[in-house]
Design a protein. Sequence first.
Length: 416
Amino acid sequence: MPRVVVDVTQLVHWPGELTGIPRVMDEIARRFAADATPTQEPVFVSWVSGQQALALVDLDRFHREGGVHYVQPHHGATWWSERLARGLGRAMRVPVPAVRRQLERLRNRLGPERLGGVVEYCLEPGDVLLIGWGEWWDPNFIRFVTDATASGVKVAQLVHDLGPVTHPHLAGNSSSFLDYFTAVLPQAAALVAVSNNTADDLRRWGASLGHADLPIEVVREGDVFGRAEPREPELPASTSDGFVLCVGTIEAKKNHALLYYVYKQAERRNLALPPVVIVGRRGWRTDDVYGLMTDDPEVSPQFVFLHDATDGELAWLYDHCRYTVFPSFFEGWGIPIAESVSRGVPCLCSNAASMPEIAPGAVRHFHPDAPAELLNLMVELNGEEALALARREAATYEPTSWDHTYAEIKRIVSSF
C-alpha cells in the first residue's frame, strides 16, 4: 500500500463544534490514524498558504485540545528519523536502534526543513494525497496539486457535491470552485463521490468538458457519529409541549425560507404547528430570510435559533423532538437526515438531489418548492398515531458505519 497523505486543512482550522464536511473528514482521519502500522503509517498535513506548502499536523493533539497544532521542528525530525529507521532497518536487515543512532547524528548536522517553525511534508512520487475538501479558492493550492500529480503523486479527491456547478445561485465561490475542479479532477487517480447523485453530476460535468471516463467511485458516508452525553439547551417555554428540529447551516441552499412560508400558510389557515428549533450557524445569503423569520410578529415566535449548539445539546434535541425537517434544495448527501433516522427519529425531507437515496421507506419526502406539501405532512404528524407510524418507519433504517466508509476509501487508495 502506498503512503497515504491525508489533507486535514479544513478539519483542524474549523472553529467550534465539528459539522458537515469537517465531521466527515474527522471520522475518516481518525480511522486512518487508528489503522496505522509500523509499515503503513499515514501522514496528516495542512496547507500553509503563505509558504505554498504542506506542513505536518499533530492530529492527536488536535483531538485532545482542538485548534491547529503543527508538528514542531524537533518533533518532526524525530518523527521522520523513527519512520526512516524502521524502514531502513527492515530493508537492510540491520537492528533498528543502530539505524536510529546514525540518523540522529545526521539530523543534528542537517536539521529538518522548516516553514516558519513547522515541518514541511514534501510529497514523493507514489504518495497518495487524500483531499477531503480542498483549498479550491487558493490558486496556489490548485497549482501545487496539479504539479504534484505531474510528478507522480496520486490524488484521491472526495467530492461531496457539485453545487457551484449545478446550483451556482445557491453556492459561494462558484468561479474558484470551477477553476479547481477543471484543473484537478481530470488529473485525479480517484474521485470519491459521496452519493450516486454526486457521481451522476460528475459524469455530466466531465462529459461537458470532454472527460468521458473520470475515475469515479461511490462511497456512502457513515451516519453513526460518536454519541455525546445529552445536555438540555436553554429553550423558550413555547417548546415545552413539543418541537420540530431542523439541523444545518443557515444558508440559501438549505431553504429555510420554505419553513417561513409553511408557517405563514398555517397561520392564515388557523392550523397549529409545533415550533421549530433550528440548529446551525449563519452562512451565505441569509440576511433576508433570517430577518423574515426573526422579525415577522405573526410567526417569529415559532422559530428558535441555536447557532452554537454543542454536540451534547444536539443529542438532547434529537432525543426530545417530535420529528426533524430538512428542506434543502440540494445536498451532496444530507447527514442530518441519516443522523435523524439512525436515532429512530422521523424525518420530513426534500426529494431533491441525493436526499431520496439516504433512507427510502424510512423518511417522508416533499418538493423543496412546495410549502403546501410540507405543511400537509406536518399537520399529519400532529396526530399521535401518525407520529407513531412515522417512528416505526424510521426504525427500519439500517445505519452505515464509518468503519465501512473507511474500509471502502482504504480499498480505493490501496489500489493505486
